[in-house]
Structures are given as structure tokens and as C-alpha cells.
Design a protein around this ligand. Structure first.
Ligand SMILES: NC(=O)c1ccc[n+]([C@@H]2O[C@H](COP(=O)([O-])OP(=O)(O)OC[C@H]3O[C@@H](n4cnc5c(N)ncnc54)[C@H](OP(=O)(O)O)[C@@H]3O)[C@@H](O)[C@H]2O)c1
Length: 312
């Protein structure tokens, strides 16, 4: 079997087929989804205590020996144990979720991280019909799910991008699009005449945190779930306490494999039911994993990037 292991860059090597432990199932990978987490781990910016060398990739879709089409995420895949950047992977049975008929392997591959995160942060913010939701980093894996889910919940969605290349695509997904020139979110909101929002979903942090807090209206929520633009920001307390607003973090941690699988099923049902159309930006051969990671770092992805093993 061929797999990609962590080195200074990810390198390809031939290895023996995975040997499943008790309660584990070997899955033939059809699509491995690429997430910023995989990039940060391979570059050493997120510590992961798993053994090295180790196969990267923290989620994907595939098929079991008895023909089940499944998605898989969690249980340490790619972080604590060999992951999904491979032709086959051993997965704890609890981390498998069945793909419904009518949903393709490519549509399903990214639901476990991007899809579930989008659903969770909207839940955490208590998004309800009539609210205005500002989605930062809206062109990304999580953002493209969050924009569609928030609209399906009856919210008005304002999507933010800093890339001209992502504008047309976001205009088709969201009610309004805000363009931040550089990091100036405040100017972008002003130009788009967005004065106050009920919810901000923030995967960026850094220079976006302060104007995001300021944009909140009475009782609003700023949900921070990433730090793509920087791990630190400061806010004027008056920008949120006088409005009874709140800033809340989402780590995606502390959820066990079966709970994660149940959440993946909820997202897959939205796709099967037609409320959600996953945005697959590109499908690359597994061997091009370093190109896929570069596209995330250079903000050239524009949706979910998937890797396709040769045998798929
Ligand atoms: N807490 C959790 O459990 C959890 C789960 C999933 C993801 N995350 C985090 O959430 C973030 C987004 O994930 P994703 O999968 O959506 O990533 P992604 O596909 O790379 O998308 C992020 C988007 O944010 C924008 N962006 C990236 N870097 C930026 C920067 N330095 N300054 C301004 N804008 C920037 C880009 O949009 P434009 O170029 O269009 O502006 C990009 O399309 C990541 O930091 C990830 O680690 C956290």
C-alpha cells in the first residue's frame, strides 16, 4: 500500500497494509479531505503527540471490505495514529458514519470536520430565522458550509473574503459579500453598509477580532473557532459588554468518536436532502498533497480540497 508520511514535507512511501486492532475496520480510502489542521501539524505549528513517521490526513470517505460507504473523522486519525492520506486506513468502528444514497464520495469526504464545525458553531451561536450572521473566511472549507447552513436556518448571511478571486463564488452563496482590503474588516463592513450583526463566525482572529466584536449588535455572539490570521486579538470591553454580547470559543474537542459520527450523519442528511451542496474546490492525486497544503497556506483553495488515492 502507498501512504504519505510526515517529514519536512510529506513524502510518499510503500508500506504494509494496515493491521486493524480490536474494534477497528480497514477502509479503502476514496477521498481524503485536506484541512488546515493537517497543514499545521505537518509544519509543526500544532503539536501532535502521535508517533513519527505517521500518515497524515484526519478525515475522508471510503468503502469497507463488506461494501459500506462511509466517512470517518476523529479517534486520533492523522494526529495520534496513521490517518487518511493513504490507500487504506484502519479506523475504529465508532468513527464510521454511513454515506446515504445519492451523496458522492467527494461530497461526503469533508463533512466530518468542515461540515460538523459549521453546524456546531451555528448551534453554539443559537442562530435563528431573521438573524444576521457574518461569516469570516467564508470562502473556506468551513465557511462555505456555514454560509449555506445559516441561510437554511433562515438567517441573512453576510460573507467576508479578502480575495477578489473568491468574490463571484461567494456572491452566489450569500446574501451580501464584504470584501476586506488587507485586514480592514471595519472598512469592508462600512462599504457594504453592514452596521450591526447578531452573530460573527470567526476562524481568522488576529486583526479581524476587534472589528468583529465591534460589529455585534445587542445580545450578539462572536464565535471564535480558528486563528488563520493570528492567534491574538484585543477588544474594547465596551464593544461587547454594554450590548450584552458575548465572545465564545469553539475547540471541537472533547467529543467522542460516536458523537462525531452522529453529527456527520446530520450533515450528510442535509446534503442528501438538498439543503446543502458541498463546495469541492479541487480533487488532486494523493501524490500532490504538498501542492494541496500550499493552496491552503496561500489561500488558493476556495472550498474543500480532496486527495484521490490511485486505487480509488
Ligand atoms: N475549532 C475547530 O474545531 C476547527 C475546526 C475546523 C477548522 N478550524 C479552523 O478554522 C479555520 C478555517 O478552516 P477552513 O477549513 O475553513 O480553512 P480554509 O479552507 O483554509 O479557509 C479559510 C479562509 O479564510 C481566509 N483566510 C485564510 N488565512 C487568512 C488570513 N491570514 N487573513 C485573512 N483571511 C484568511 C481565506 O479566505 P479568503 O482568501 O477568501 O479571504 C480562506 O479561504 C482554520 O484556522 C482552521 O484551523 C477550527
Amino acid at each position: 500500500m502507498r501512504q504519505l508520511v510526515y517529514g519536512e514535507e510529506l513524502v510518499e512511501q510503500d508500506v504494509a497494509d494496515p493491521d486493524p486492532g480490536p474494534g477497528e475496520v480497514v477502509v479503502t480510502v476514496r477521498r481524503a479531505a485536506v484541512n488546515p489542521l493537517d497543514v499545521w501539524i505537518s509544519r509543526g505549528t500544532v503539536a501532535a503527540a502521535g508517533p513519527l513517521p505517521r500518515t497524515g490526513g484526519s478525515e475522508g470517505s471510503g468503502v469497507t471490505a463488506d461494501g459500506r460507504r462511509v466517512v470517518f473523522r476523529g479517534a486520533g486519525l492523522g494526529v495520534m495514529r496513521d490517518g487518511t492520506y493513504a490507500e487504506r486506513v484502519a479506523v475504529p468502528a465508532a468513527a464510521l458514519a454511513d454515506i446515504p444514497a445519492g451523496v458522492s464520495d467527494a461530497q461526503a469526504a469533508g463533512v466530518g470536520i468542515a461540515g460538523v464545525t459549521a453546524m456546531d458553531v451555528l448551534d453554539l451561536a443559537g442562530v435563528a430565522p431573521g438573524m444576521t450572521v457574518l461569516v469570516l473566511g467564508a470562502s473556506g472549507g468551513v465557511g462555505t458550509y456555514a454560509v449555506q447552513m445559516a441561510r437554511a436556518l433562515g438567517a441573512r448571511v453576510v460573507a467576508q473574503t479578502s480575495s477578489a478571486a473568491h468574490l463571484d463564488h461567494l456572491r452566489a452563496l450569500a446574501d451580501d459579500v464584504v470584501v476586506s482590503i488587507g485586514d480592514d474588516l471595519e472598512a469592508g463592513l462600512r462599504d457594504a453598509q453592514v452596521s450591526s450583526v447578531d452573530v460573527v463566525l470567526d476562524p481568522l482572529g488576529g486583526p479581524f477580532g476587534e472589528p468583529a466584536a465591534r460589529a455585534l449588535g445587542r445580545g450578539g455572539s462572536l464565535v471564535v473557532f480558528g486563528a488563520s490570521a493570528g492567534p491574538r486579538f484585543s477588544v474594547f470591553s465596551t464593544d461587547f459588554y454594554r450590548k450584552g454580547a458575548r465572545i465564545v470559543g469553539y475547540g471541537g474537542l472533547g467529543t467522542n468518536a460516536s458523537e462525531l459520527s452522529a453529527k456527520s450523519v446530520r450533515v450528510l442528511e442535509m446534503i442528501a436532502g438538498g439543503t446543502l451542496q458541498p463546495v469541492v474546490a479541487a480533487e488532486l492525486p494523493l501524490e500532490q498533497v504538498n501542492e494541496a497544503h500550499a493552496r491552503i497556506v496561500e489561500r488558493r483553495a476556495g472550498g474543500k480540497l480532496l486527495l484521490v488515492p490511485t486505487a480509488a
